[in-house]
Write a protein that binds this ligand. Structure first.
Ligand SMILES: CC(C)(COP(=O)(O)OP(=O)(O)OC[C@H]1O[C@@H](n2cnc3c(N)ncnc32)[C@H](O)[C@@H]1OP(=O)(O)O)[C@@H](O)C(=O)NCCC(=O)NCCS
Ligand SMILES: [Zn+2]
Length: 337
């Protein structure tokens, strides 16, 4: 039997639990999350099994250091309050930890957090809003757009989705932008990475990337980021085997998510390492619109054709795979970030 090569995972299988405190009585990791043989990007709402805290809490969600300071403490309920004896010595009392149902997994954003822990609830609220509705793109960002090299790809976009028409515009931002726009992009990417349990893109990758955003007017008078595609310059990628048989599988590269690729690497100019649409804006064609924008404009003066293998995804999630197959008509390749 041939050994079956697999693509080295580029996404952490780290589940999305916000650590309220390293000492909370979190339930132990569930085997389903840790032992699954198929590991991949964990898309939003696909699984709620979350167990282990992200390693660097302070950077998650782009909160300020004050915001992100772990203030949540182990939930402890004293059976009796500590009382000072008349002579001033403290009477020791037994503490009992309350662990019942403290960990909640949000069905809307899949984040696990400790109910009642102020810090956890605050971070969850912020993350949940971003995952459902997207981050805001305000006048402050708009003011810096020119300086940051933001390009309007298409103004006055109208997409006719199943829930009605959606209006907005598509812009393209250098992924390594600095200043206010740089912070916005890094907050956005942190939210996406956290929702996907994906690692941060390295500075080198950001330098070779452009971020395509779909902005739609919101009720606050500002715009909202209703979709994001990160497009990066790559060199090689593999063809997906459309219908793998036991025979072809033996010589194939198995990619997380159940895809099989032939191991030969082919010259490919464009890679899509991140793709995200907030949950309230899905299935309206926004991902497709942004992918089209990236394919048309990433290489100056040359429109790339996904159906001809000129675009690759890094290991896609279940939903990502559906978009990849629908948009690229089977021609989209796979690459390792
Ligand atoms: C994947 C994701 C970006 C798709 O965004 P979207 O704006 O809803 O996608 P689109 O509306 O442009 O879908 C284009 C086509 O892809 C296919 N598709 C997209 N989502 C699908 C789903 N959940 N189920 C089945 N087909 C789907 C459909 O063929 C769809 O066309 P249709 O709606 O006319 O049938 C979005 O679901 C998301 O952000 N998911 C969580 C993050 C994630 O998994 N990202 C992918 C990383 S690789
Ligand atoms: Zn939530």
């Amino acid at each position: 039997m041939f050994p079956r090569p697999t693509v080295k995972r580029t996404y952490a299988s780290r589940p999305r639990q916000y650590p309220s405190s390293p000492h909370t009585s979190s339930p132990p990791a569930t085997p389903s999350a840790q032992e699954s043989p198929i590991k991949r990007k964990r898309p939003l709402l696909e699984s709620s099994s979350v167990n282990e805290p992200p390693q660097k809490r302070a950077n998650i969600f782009g909160l300020t250091s004050k915001d992100s300071k772990p203030t949540a403490k182990p939930k402890a309920k004293a059976s009796a309050t500590s009382k000072k004896k008349d002579n001033g010595t403290k009477k020791l009392t037994q503490l009992h930890f309350v662990v019942d149902n403290a960990i909640r997994s949000c069905p809307l954003c899949s984040l696990s957090y400790t109910k009642g822990a102020v810090d956890d609830e605050m971070v969850h609220k912020k993350h949940c809003a971003r995952v459902q509705r997207g981050l805001e793109w305000g006048k402050e960002e708009e003011k810096e757009s020119e300086k940051a090299g933001v390009r309007v790809i298409e103004d006055l976009v109208r997409i006719q989705g199943p829930k009605g028409a959606i209006h907005g515009r598509t812009i393209c931002v250098p992924a390594d932008a600095t200043g206010r726009i740089g912070s916005k992009i890094s907050n956005l990417l942190e939210t996406i990475n956290f929702a996907l349990s994906a690692p941060s893109l390295t500075p080198e990758m950001l330098k070779a990337s452009k971020v395509y955003l779909f902005l739609t007017p919101s009720t606050t008078g500002r715009e909202r980021i209703a979709g994001c595609v990160v497009a990066q310059r790559i060199t090689k990628a593999m063809n997906v085997i459309p219908t793998p048989t036991p025979d072809t599988q033996n010589n194939a590269v198995r990619v997380d998510g159940g895809l099989y690729c032939s191991p030969q690497l082919h010259a490919t100019p464009l890679g899509i390492p991140r793709l995200f649409v907030p949950s309230t804006h899905r299935r309206q064609g926004i991902a497709k619109l942004l992918l089209d924008a990236a394919a048309k404009t990433f290489v100056h003066g040359y429109a790339l054709d996904p159906s001809k293998g000129q675009v690759a995804f890094s290991q896609p999630t279940g939903d990502g795979r559906k978009v990849m197959e629908a948009w690229g008509k089977g021609g989209v390749r796979i690459y390792q970030e």
